[in-house]
Design a protein around this ligand. Structure first.
Ligand code: NAP
Length: 468
């Protein structure tokens, strides 16, 4: 859609507001050939980016951070109407994106290698850009997850072909306009950054399989991630995928804090967060009290129009997603789960739902990507650990306990990319390493760590015959 500095605008895909199902915009469905062309343009511009000084890469990112900040309200509105994100959560996403841009600017100047001891030789390493980064992003954080890929790519001197989710592409399109202005002002060739909209299985697939792309940085579902891993060939890949994230609540913890954390985590963005709590594993001594307090907190949730300031939870991204979540609720109940609250649906809105389940319930090992909280009893810490490590996901886990020994034992033994002690699995700070094990992904994001993934280490050895 924005290739080599030219906008290709065709009314081919409806962008739909998930709250009222109105068409808010029409965007281009780029073809495979157009995607190939965008990749070719990115290849042709590799040298420009590689030779761009650290200072200029820093400037692009700082100017972009300022531009996003100046357009905050526009971004927040776009996140509400195309991704269904309540404005108060949209504000946080935009602020995080600005932080990620500034952090990336810092790392543009911090790219450095090392020297290695050797007699009569100087061995040193330097970081070089991989070349062309293909970035493919999902609908749920459609601005921040784009920034988490393109900002480190710019910081490290790579050119970019970006494919944002066709379900929520509008913030990426606005960001592209800001990038265009920034590059123009700095007289940098516009072909260093290309945006491809359209159907993921065509344009995303081309990015993932094209031999001229040097690295694919993908965030999305396990299914698509595995497909990319299978077809990527000899390019670098980074995969940030789905999860079912446990929250273990032991009987010595601050129950109020644990309840608050579980509720905040589960209903953020209607449960459409990769690190949303997927199961709460609560010690039997505090199970009933935990559920009572959980219901109290959940009762006050305001579900409705994302554009209204008072809304806590908006719709799911599509009616198909709401169908999927509704079916998962029915299945969990048919397997013996007890519906504690919620389970109601209007259009794509699903009410905050809590289901008490036994440990063999299928809900404990799927990614619902909806506002459904399964909760189950554990008899002790070891039992919690066993249930948490069951299954194929390994993104982030949370633990509530006041006992440092138990906290350390669980941190050591939970098979997850991150363990949050006395917080939910949903905690993420944009400069910490972030990513999963097992089916939850490959590689780490978090600006410094993405910078590492988006560079190659070159080793230079200078031999010296001089006898010291
Ligand atoms: P998705 O369906 O996998 O889509 C992600 C991206 O892949 C979209 O841009 C999509 O394009 C594209 N795509 C679809 N088919 C493709 C193919 N065959 N080849 C290449 N690209 C293709 O995921 P989603 O529904 O947007 O997002 C939800 C998922 O993302 C959840 O599983 C969630 O856990 C995961 N997620 C993970 C993280 C993390 O950091 N670990 C963060 C956020 C979300 P179209 O939309 O145009 O089809």
């Amino acid at each position: 859609m924005f290739i080599d500095g030219k906008w290709i605008l065709r009314d081919e895909i409806d962008v739909i507001n998930p709250y009222d199902y109105k068409v808010i915009e029409k965007i281009t469905a780029n073809t495979r050939d157009e995607t190939k062309n965008a990749i070719k343009v990115a290849v042709e511009n590799k040298e420009h980016m590689r030779k761009l000084s650290a200072n200029n890469r820093y400037k692009i990112l700082m100017r972009l951070a300022e531009a996003v900040s100046n357009n905050k309200d526009r971004f927040i509105k776009l996140l509400a109407v195309d991704a269904g994100k309540p404005v108060k959560q949209g504000r946080i996403e935009v602020d995080r994106s600005i932080t990620a841009l500034r952090l990336s600017a810092f790392y543009a100047k911090e790219l450095r290698g090392e020297t290695i001891n050797s007699e009569n030789r100087l061995i040193y390493t330097k970081k070089e850009p991989v070349g062309v980064v293909g970035a493919i992003t999902p609908f749920n954080y459609p601005l921040n997850l784009v920034v988490h890929k393109i900002a480190p790519a710019i910081a490290t001197g790579n050119t970019i072909v970006l494919h944002p989710s066709s379900k929520a592409p509008l913030s990426a399109i606005l960001l592209t306009k800001l990038i265009e202005n920034t590059l123009k002002k700095m007289k940098i060739p516009l072909g260093v950054f290309n945006l491809i909209t359209g159907h993921g299985e065509i344009v995303g697939n081309e990015i993932a399989t094209n031999d001229n792309v040097n690295m694919v940085s993908f965030t999305g579902s396990v299914e698509v991630g595995k497909n990319i891993a299978k077809n990527a060939g000899m390019k670098k890949i980074a995969l940030e995928l789905g999860g079912n994230n446990p929250l273990i609540v032991l009987d010595d913890c601050d129950i109020d804090k644990a309840v608050e954390s579980a509720v905040k985590s589960k209903y953020l963005n209607s449960g459409q967060v990769c690190i949303s709590v997927g199961k709460v594993l609560v010690h039997e001594n505090i199970y009933d009290e935990f559920i009572d307090k959980l219901m109290d907190k959940t009762r006050n949730f305001n579900v409705g129009n994302p554009l209204e300031d008072s809304t806590d939870m908006g719709p799911l991204i599509t009616s198909e997603s709401a169908d999927k979540v509704e079916n998962l609720i029915k299945k969990a109940i048919s397997e013996g789960g007890e519906l504690i609250t919620g389970g109601m649906r209007r259009d794509s809105l699903i009410s905050p739902t809590i289901i008490s389940v036994r440990e063999n319930n299928s809900l404990l090992n799927v990614e619902t990507f909806g506002p459904v909280l399964p909760i189950t009893k554990i008899i002790n810490m070891e039992h919690g650990l066993e249930l948490a490590n069951k299954g194929n996901y390994g993104l982030q886990a949370g633990v509530f306990t006041k006992d440092i020994n138990k906290a350390m034992y669980l941190a050591e033994n939970l098979e997850y990319g991150g363990v949050m002690i006395n917080n939910s699995p949903t905690f993420r700070q944009d400069n910490m390493p972030f990513g999963g094990v097992k089916n939850s992904g490959l590689g780490r994001e978090g600006i410094k760590y993405t910078v590492e993934e988006m560079t190659e280490t070159k080793t230079i050895v200078i031999h010296n015959d001089f006898n010291f």
